[in-house]
Design a protein around this ligand. Structure first.
Ligand code: FAD
Length: 416
């Protein structure tokens, strides 16, 4: 059986390896010359199954209004409003309590399974992607926020992720870099199963391993359209070339909806822009080692060797990929507030800045598996969790394509 995977971001590259490991013929195609050149390129780096709930928890409309603006974590750009209305209404509709908790359970189930798959991948292959596998800290500067987060977790139910509430002293013992802000901190959650790593390096590792198993890697090739015979998708059309396959897996991130529109499929994916800044550290001893999530500023940090990644923000800006200086400033100011000893380095102008578009569904969970078009499978719409959910999503696609029952219930995770 020959399978084409469209997209060599973290989702597509991992899928290519899972399929190759099952002995399938695989061709992975990406329009860029390198793996992970789009949303997987410089994301927050967190593999965080204990924090996989969608963003639209009950009360999201109020929170969006109160924390939206040029200096805030969220920003809705007026020009994007016409394209946002339909998706936005569905996003708000899904925030109703029973829908939200159900979506959160689906997303978390996949993320937890994915964490297990990632560990097994490391056992099977020698992977190097600046991984850190000793947990993460979620920092709260407001007791009410911490109580709210715990209540949310309780309502989602036990996802199989250990969460320990720890004191500020315990935080400092684990992460001395936080000493300057300890006085303001209300508490933290330690999530021992969490990990971090460079998703871009990981994606390249996935392609390397897939290629060693015989996969064809076609970088720098744009899929112009899916090729059909009757109702069935039989391959993809590149410039001047048809590649035929028994099945096509769409893992094209925010480009996924455009590729299947002509087949009558409407994928509800909105590109929610986020930003990151990556600093080559001069004073590495002042920087945190453990991955952090700062719930006050809504930013994350992760260490990749001597580099510090800072990421966050959610802009509704359509498909505009511009790195807006004012938004980078918000990210850097937030990072300085969390890590004041590093402020001079962070503000030095040395950090490499980046913006990427999260392929977000209004429900939260991605879309996995067969579509109503024979031969076409989805592995897309992972929103803010693509790195966290990549390994599990890949295994699920490999199960479905080899007619094995997936290891987890796919309720709430299927194609629309
Ligand atoms: C600021 C920020 C921080 C984030 N932090 C985290 C985090 O800490 N943890 C986490 O789990 N997730 C995080 N995410 C989300 C995560 O990065 C995404 O969910 C993930 O990268 C999506 O991967 P993907 O492979 O689906 O998409 P992409 O990485 O965008 O890959 C899609 C690929 O398809 C290719 N493609 C598209 N169309 C075509 C075509 N026609 N022909 C050929 N190739 C095509 C593209 O070139 C691209 O390489 C973050 C996102 C952002 C923006």
């Amino acid at each position: 059986m020959h399978v084409i995977v469209i997209g060599a971001g973290v989702v597509g590259a991992t899928t290519a390896l899972s399929l190759a490991e099952r002995g399938l013929g695989v061709t992975v195609i990406d329009r860029h010359a390198e793996a992970a050149a789009e949303t997987s390129h410089a994301n927050g780096g967190g593999v965080t199954p204990g924090h996989a709930e969608p963003w639209n928890s009950p009360g999201i409309a109020r929170r969006l209004l109160s924390r939206s603006g040029s200096g805030e974590p969220f920003r809705i750009h007026p020009h994007a409003l016409p394209g946002l209305v339909g998706w936005g209404l569905r996003f708000l509709w899904q925030s109703k309590a029973e829908r939200y908790y159900s979506n959160a359970r689906h997303n978390t189930r996949l993320a937890v399974y994915s964490g297990q798959c990632l560990k097994r991948l490391r056992e099977r292959h020698d992977l190097r992607y600046d991984q850190y596998t000793d947990g993460s800290l979620e920092l709260y500067f407001d007791q009410a926020e911490l109580d709210h987060a715990l209540d949310l977790r309780r309502r989602i139910g036990d996802p199989g992720v250990e969460i320990r509430v720890i004191s500020v002293d315990e935080v400092l013992a684990m992460e001395p870099a936080l000493a300057p802000v300890a006085g303001r901190m209300a508490g933290a959650m330690l999530l021992p199963l969490h990990e971090s790593g460079d998703a871009c390096a990981f994606s390249s590792e996935m392609l390397r391993c897939a290629e060693e198993l015989g996969a064809q890697i076609r970088l720098g090739c744009e899929v112009r359209r899916l090729e059909r015979q009757g109702d069935r998708v039989i391959g993809v059309r590149l410039d001047g070339e048809l590649i035929e396959a028994d099945a096509v897996v769409l893992a094209a991130g925010v480009a996924s909806p455009a590729l299947v529109r002509s087949l009558g499929l409407k994928l509800p994916i909105y590109p929610v822009k986020g930003y990151s800044a990556t600093l080559e550290l001069e004073q590495a001893e002042l920087a945190p080692t453990i991955p952090l999530l700062d719930l006050e500023h809504r930013i994350v940090t992760a260490r990749f060797g001597n580099r510090l990644r800072m990421a966050g923000l959610a802009d509704f800006d359509g498909y505009n990929r511009t790195i807006r200086p004012d938004r980078i400033q918000v990210l850097l100011d937030s990072a300085c507030a969390l890590l004041p000893r590093l402020a001079d380095e962070i503000r030095s102008g040395r950090a490499e800045t980046w913006a990427g578009l999260r392929p977000m569904t209004p429900k939260g969970p991605p879309m996995l598996g067969p579509t109503r078009v024979p031969g076409l499978y989805l592995n897309t719409g992972h929103g803010s969790m693509g790195w966290t959910q990549a390994a599990g999503s890949a295994e699920i696609l490999a199960d479905l394509l080899t007619e094995k029952p997936p290891a987890i219930d796919l309720d709430g995770l299927g194609a629309p």
